[in-house]
Design a protein around this ligand. Sequence first.
Ligand code: PGA
Length: 261
Amino acid sequence: MRKWRRRTGHICQSVCCSENVNLIVLGDYKALSCAGADWFEEGIREKPDAAIVPATGDTPMGLYRELAERHSRGLIDTSQLCIFQLDAYLGLAQDDRRSLFGWMHRVFIEPLGIAESNVVRLAGDVLDPWEACRVYEAAVRAAGGFDLSVLGLGPNGHLGFNEPPSPPDAPTRIVDLTPESIVSNARYWGGEEHVPRHALTCGMDLLLAARRTLLVVSGTHKHEILHRAIEGPQTPAVPASYLQSASHVTVLADQAAWQGR
Ligand code: PGA
């Protein structure tokens, strides 16, 4: 899993923040996306039937486009991958364009040619969403946990929709969105007033147990929360700070996020 770093150009800085967290600072978003695709490609080469949880959000989109391009050129084999949905808005149908399942489908499942039978939903639109959380947890455990986890960093330090405060053992569950998440998601909903107030999220417990985690962070607006997440105290107030004690965590940040300018 070290090879991908040698192939990646444009590394500005590589810092071991802790025993488990390796931070790589890239010049810009394009370089970050290519480095993320290299990380992913190396991971699925090592384990072609990897269990993977890919975040939605803006930051990993360049990475997914890069992967789709490699897939279309026949460079990566996705036929055996098993993909798990990270989070979902409560009560929103999966075929609604704004659903996180639909988003994951458009940017990841379809372009990478993943079979429907290899996709595990976190269903927010069922009669008993708590039961859906339990079914999801059981499916992750049956897969032996996540091999690869690709995450973005919320403006409030959330991972998935593990909103602050979230302790490291927080299970898969229904959560109330914080005002910061509502503001940050308003762009997808045509205004804050339209953003759902509740969501389902894969738990911290499952995410922190992933064998390898990639956290992608881009833009000056993430500067402060990035430093709090990887250098600050581990606290439920910044759920991403618990990645400091997860195993094999790679943080890819562009210079804007790392330097704040
Ligand atoms: P972003 O979202 O990638 O759109 O910044 C990250 C998140 O809120 O988890």
